[in-house]
Design a protein around this ligand. Structure first.
Ligand SMILES: Cc1ncc(COP(=O)(O)O)c(C=O)c1O
Ligand SMILES: [Zn+2]
Length: 409
């Protein structure tokens, strides 16, 4: 594959053999790199069913004889929800469930690329800082590839995600601090010891793996393009990747428009919303982040410039939703569609609900980026209550009467 790297801030072009991560002139915060592919092959059929994300191999910056993680990634289900669309006033609504990836989140798409690249460069150890999902993904996919992972997570990450790390045999540093602090710490240590970085935004190839989510939607919808694509946002890489996936499909000539990309943030962690609204994308607004949506509790987003530029280019925008709205969205999404998303996954649905009045008569796809079983504590707070009964039919009937499932008598 013939490609080069381009700084998203100053536009300087780099040879991928010379620069691995970010633009030396602009630094790691603003100088994130875009992978620019020189010439795409002519392509019109994709074997998602047997290949998953590798159906898009020749649209990715990898060698022909690249390594592929021996786990099935991608080709996650997409569901058309006509009744729910009607209820919300939309012409059509699709739910893309990426919680069905091997470690339960969208991040597996990016990790697969990181591992392909690390193998090509002869690295055996990969590190990352993560709110939890990139970490569990890296732990799982390195295990499957016979590699080592060293992982920095805030010690407050949900138990299920930390359990995944330990089960897969990662070396885990639970940092007594925020994700933003864990990120800077991991970079310092990772650089010192020369491990390969799977840190969001810093590694330009992660976004390329993630773009396969949007490409899959295009193929699964038979090259029909929704008016809006909605996804939750932490560092800003996933939302950027969705733009890039649709854009690449347009460049190849398989679709003729790009959806308006809508990024959804938690109100207590809405640094990108603030930067976008300020209009000064190269002066990021950093905040102290707090949200039940741990995956997107990011105060110093690392891909803020790209996310703002590309979402604007698509004609889309960013929106904040409260933790209460996210909690309710977990439950409503599960009961309306059968898809149980973790808080950050359901945040996209909360965003859709909030904006539904602007979307009347339009079509939308929402990406549920993480599996609900990854964080049951938040869901339990909104899910209702259990009926405790004795092993006695009389007791069951008495409860059924109390809660109105059967009538008195
Ligand atoms: C489930 C889930 N959704 C959304 C995101 C947001 O991705 P990004 O940080 O690239 O904006 C993450 C990131 O950790 C995530 O784990
Ligand atoms: Zn630059």
């Amino acid at each position: 594959m013939n490609y080069f790297l381009k700084c998203v801030n100053c536009g300087t072009v780099y040879d991928p053999k010379e620069i691995m991560y970010t633009c030396p002139k602009c630094g790691p915060r603003l100088g994130t790199l875009e992978v620019v592919i020189n010439e795409y092959p002519k392509h019109s059929s994709f074997d998602l069913k047997s290949k998953g994300i590798w159906a898009f191999s020749d649209l990715l910056p990898i060698d022909e004889d690249h390594y592929e993680v021996p786990l099935f990634i991608g080709n996650t289900p997409i569901y058309e929800k006509k009744a729910l669309a009607k209820k919300l006033g939309l012409s059509d609504l699709w739910i893309k469930n990426d919680g069905r990836n091997p470690t339960g989140s969208y991040k597996d798409r990016a990790t697969a690329m990181a591992i392909t690249k690390a193998k090509a460069l002869n690295f055996n150890t990969i590190y990352c800082a993560s709110t939890g999902n990139a970490a569990s993904s890296l732990a799982g996919l390195t295990a499957a590839s016979g590699m080592k992972s060293i992982i920095f997570v805030p010690k407050t990450a949900p138990e299920a995600k930390i359990t995944q790390l330990l089960v897969y045999g990662a070396i885990v540093m639970a940092v007594d601090g925020t994700y933003d602090e864990a990120f800077d710490l991991s970079t310092e240590i990772g650089n010192e010891f020369g491990w390969y970085s799977r840190n969001s935004a810093i590694n330009p190839y992660l976004l390329e793996g993630k773009k396969t989510g949007a490409m899959e939607v295009v193929v699964q919808l038979d090259f029909k393009v929704p008016d809006f694509a909605i996804v939750s946002v932490g560092d800003g890489t996933v939302v950027s990747s969705i733009y890039k996936g649709f854009k690449d499909m347009k460049t190849i000539g398989l679709i003729d428009k790009i959806p308006k990309i809508i990024g959804v943030q938690a109100e207590g962690a809405n640094a990108i919303v603030r930067t976008f609204e300020s209009g000064h994308f190269d002066r990021p607004v950093d905040i102290d982040a707090h949200s039940i949506a741990d995956s997107i509790a990011v105060g110093k987003p690392r891909d803020v410039l790209k996310a703002c530029k590309w979402v604007k280019e698509s004609g889309g925008y960013f929106v904040s939703v409260t933790d209460e709205e996210i909690g309710k969205a977990i439950i409503e999404l599960a009961r309306e569609t059968g898809v149980f998303g973790e808080p950050a996954g359901a945040a996209a649905y909360a965003g859709l609900k909030k904006l539904a009045k602007d979307f009347q008569g339009k079509s939308a796809v929402i990406f549920v980026t993480g599996n609900g079983l990854k964080d049951i504590k938040s869901a339990m707070n909104f899910a209702g209550r259990v009926n405790y009964v004795k092993p006695d039919p009389k007791d069951v009937k008495s409860v059924l009467r109390q809660i109105g499932v059967i009538q008195e008598g």
